[in-house]
Design a protein around this ligand. Structure first.
Ligand SMILES: *Cc1c(COP(=O)(O)O)cnc(C)c1O
Length: 359
């Protein structure tokens, strides 16, 4: 196989070492004599894998003891409902920051359960900038604040955590594990696995214990965090394979040196790519420099008519899935933990050659 680098936004690239490890144990998992996909989630072999996975995840993010970690299904999109169902706690209002595509989706779902106060809105700047927190319009009586630390589509990422008295719920689908975070600042953190955790089909939720158990009446039992927490995420059959595979990713992250090391690597990757874009008149990125995402880097070509040629030639060069989201256009390079610096360097060198040929 020739060397390829996969810039897909999600499901995204996994570390090669992890794929090889999974391949080597796919048919017979440890002592079970069957595939990890074929064994009971209540059997000792899977239970051990699940527990180890949670332990490593906790260690990586330094999650305090008063937080539960849930391994669920339904994607981040199911959390758009579960957050209001669990965090309204008798209230009728919630604050939502509208910073992009995924905020919009979360807001639409929350409106089914409560009055939504849009406390900041980036619609007018086409989600290329974030308002300073002191200018947000927070409703102090609302039950919680929801925001999206990294907007995957526009490539817009917060460099601060909002300072509020109420619990904060954060959709970290495309930024979790990219660097250390202070979990204690949050009420709920959730993330679909398919960007920076593992294969799709798994959603991880980190939730502060005192926020569990007071839910909007008449909602599905599975959507009650207490159902999941009281049953160690095994009220029904969990997504066993992605849970196990995520565990292999966590082991890999620990081997790399943990999240402080990943932070340095990710920052350098992003900086080199943005620098290449900014140093050229042929490529551009519209996002306010302060809020550029480390994980998702959208860029436009000066001549849109060259987009399909760029995609064709980059694919031939082994650089996959660079097509931008249709709402932004152009290209997008997603450079999560699994993308090595060499992949970013290969992309930059391709971009330079393409500019020489067509710019
Ligand atoms: C991908 C993504 C989602 C959607 O995740 P699903 O798991 O497909 O529901 C939500 N929020 C953000 C920030 C994302 O990047």
């Amino acid at each position: 196989m020739t060397q390829t680098y996969n810039f897909s936004a999600g499901p995204a690239m996994l570390p090669k070492e992890v794929l090889l490890k999974i391949q080597s144990e796919l048919i017979e998992y440890e002592k079970s004599k069957a595939s990890v996909m074929e064994i009971s989630h209540r059997g000792v072999d899977f239970m051990e894998a699940a527990e180890k996975s949670e332990k490593d995840f906790r260690e990586l993010l330094d999650i305090p003891d008063n937080y539960k970690v849930l391994f669920l299904q339904g994607g981040a999109s199911a959390q758009f409902s579960m957050v209001p169902i669990n965090l309204l706690r008798g209230g009728s209002k919630a604050n939502y920051a509208n910073t992009g595509h995924w905020s919009v989706k979360a807001i639409a779902e929350a409106k089914r359960y409560c009055r939504v106060n849009i406390c900041t809105d980036g619609t007018d700047n086409n989600f290329t900038d974030i308002e300073e927190f002191e200018n947000w319009n927070i409703d102090e009586e609302a039950s919680y604040l929801h925001y999206t630390p990294n907007e995957t589509i526009a490539g817009l990422e917060f460099d601060y955590i909002p300072e509020v008295e109420m619990p904060i719920a954060a959709d970290m689908s495309s930024t979790i594990l990219s660097r250390p975070i202070d979990v204690s600042k949050y009420g709920v953190i959730y993330a679909g696995a398919q960007k920076n955790i593992g294969p799709s089909g798994l959603t991880i939720v980190i939730v502060r214990e005192d926020l569990i158990g007071d839910v909007v009446k008449g909602q599905p039992k599975l959507f009650d965090y207490s159902t999941q927490a009281n049953n160690d995420s095994m009220f029904n059959t969990p997504a066993t394979f992605p849970w196990y595979a995520a565990g292999r990713v966590f082991e890999w992250l620990k081997e790399q040196g943990g999240l402080k090391t990943m932070q340095k690597i990710n920052q350098t990757k992003a900086e080199t790519l943005y620098k290449a874009i900014d140093n050229s008149d042929f490529y551009s990125n519209p996002v306010s420099i302060k809020y550029r995402s480390w994980m998702n880097v959208p860029f436009l070509l000066a001549d849109e008519n060259l987009n399909s040629k760029f995609l064709e030639q980059s694919k031939d060069a082994g650089l996959l899935a660079l097509k931008g989201h249709r709402s932004v256009g152009g290209m997008r390079a997603s450079i999560y933990n699994a993308m090595p610096q060499e992949g970013v360097d290969a992309l930059i060198s391709f971009m330079n050659d393409f500019e020489k040929d067509f710019g």
